[in-house]
Design a protein around this ligand. Structure first.
Ligand code: PHE
Length: 339
């Protein structure tokens, strides 16, 4: 019986050693230590032994069992660590591999500058209103005090849809719409597209963007206009920025001015951006002409107003030192990606 136990011990050790995974190891365990296993069968046959042999064989059988169990456990542990190693190899990540670059969309520079302008004026209590791009000739010209022989009314300059309808040449007709629908005090800005019959070149485009501003209240003066635009310029271009008002002529404002800001690159000394002038011409402005107030249904004896209008492309181009307007419309991703 001792010899049988030795055989079992050797055979079990061999099979355990060659088990390649947990399942085959379990099969080996059942084969030797299970209820119907080889070792159990031997222990069952112990009844046939003499009383002297029984404790000796019994102790020996226990040692064999203990050995087999120890082998099983050791093999089980080594199989488990091997499985873990394999899993780690299979799931390995190469952290040095270059990541896929995701391109994130951005706002167009025109939109960015427009948003910044809106922010500043909204912060000053202005409302944003919008008007249609297809506008009546009346709102675009007549109500804005532009006489019938005004050059801007020429077919050469304006896209007419028919005798009375056109693509607005400026955002100023929104002044008329605002005055007719709102009651003073009125404080609005109106950004949007405008159209003019211009050939495309570095500084012209048949479509561009303007931002209009209008304030109507009692006792609005040129001082309010100057203060407002100076505040805007400092917010937009930096606190050192100065403004300069030059007399000008617009049909819808009286007095009228063209407004320059001190060059924010050279601070006024003269450089490439300001073409040696020290100043950059940015917008048109003035006090609302009494005829325009009347056309908007507002009594010029009671109220006065200020208005201004600026080209957004111009602000974008001077802000970023862009020398050709066409870059803003070609939408080359390499250009747009810089903003
Ligand atoms: N509408 C004018 C233009 O297009 C700008 C402007 C607006 C001037 C309001 C004065 C007041 O040039």
């Amino acid at each position: 019986m001792k010899a049988q136990l030795d055989n079992i011990s050797v055979a079990a050790a061999q099979e355990i050693a060659s088990a390649s995974d947990k399942a085959s190891l379990e099969t080996v365990r059942i084969k030797y230590l299970g209820k119907k296993g080889a070792l159990t069968a031997i222990l069952r046959g112990m009844g046939a032994l003499t009383p002297e042999e029984r404790p000796v064989i019994g102790a020996y059988a226990n040692t064999v069992r203990a050995n087999i169990e120890a082998f099983l456990e050791e093999k089980g542990a080594s199989l488990a660590s091997e499985e873990l190693k394999n899993a780690l190899v299979k799931e390995k990540l190469d952290v040095t591999m270059p990541a896929k670059v995701k391109t994130v969309g951005k706002l167009h520079p025109i939109t960015q500058v427009e948003n910044r302008m809106k922010e500043i004026f909204v912060g000053l209590g202005f409302d944003i209103v919008e008007g249609p791009e297809v506008e009546s000739a009346y709102n675009n010209f007549d109500a804005l005090n532009a006489p019938a022989d005004h050059p801007s009314r020429d077919f050469q300059d304006t896209f007419y849809i028919n005798d009375t309808t056109l693509l607005r040449t400026q955002t100023s007709p929104v002044q008329i719409r605002a005055m007719k629908t709102m009651t003073p005090p009125i404080r609005i800005i109106s950004p949007g597209r405008v159209y003019r019959c211009d050939e495309v070149d570095a500084t012209h485009s048949p479509m561009f963007h303007q931002l209009e501003g209008l304030v109507i209240d009692k006792n609005i003066t040129l001082g309010d206009l100057k203060g407002l635009l100076e505040l805007w310029a400092k917010e937009m271009f930096g606190s050192d920025t100065k403004t300069r008002f030059r007399p000008h002529n617009f049909p819808f404002t009286e007095p009228s001015a063209e407004v320059d800001v001190s060059c924010f690159v050279c601070g006024g000394k003269g450089c490439r951006l300001c073409k040696g002038e020290g100043w950059i011409e940015l917008l048109g402005a003035g006090l609302v002409h009494p005829n325009v107030l009347k056309a908007g249904g507002i009594d010029p004896e009671v109220y006065s107003g200020l208005a201004f209008g600026m080209g957004i492309e111009r602000v974008v181009m001077t802000s970023y030192g862009i020398d050709d307007m066409r870059h803003l419309y070609e939408n080359d991703i390499r250009f747009l990606g810089q903003f």
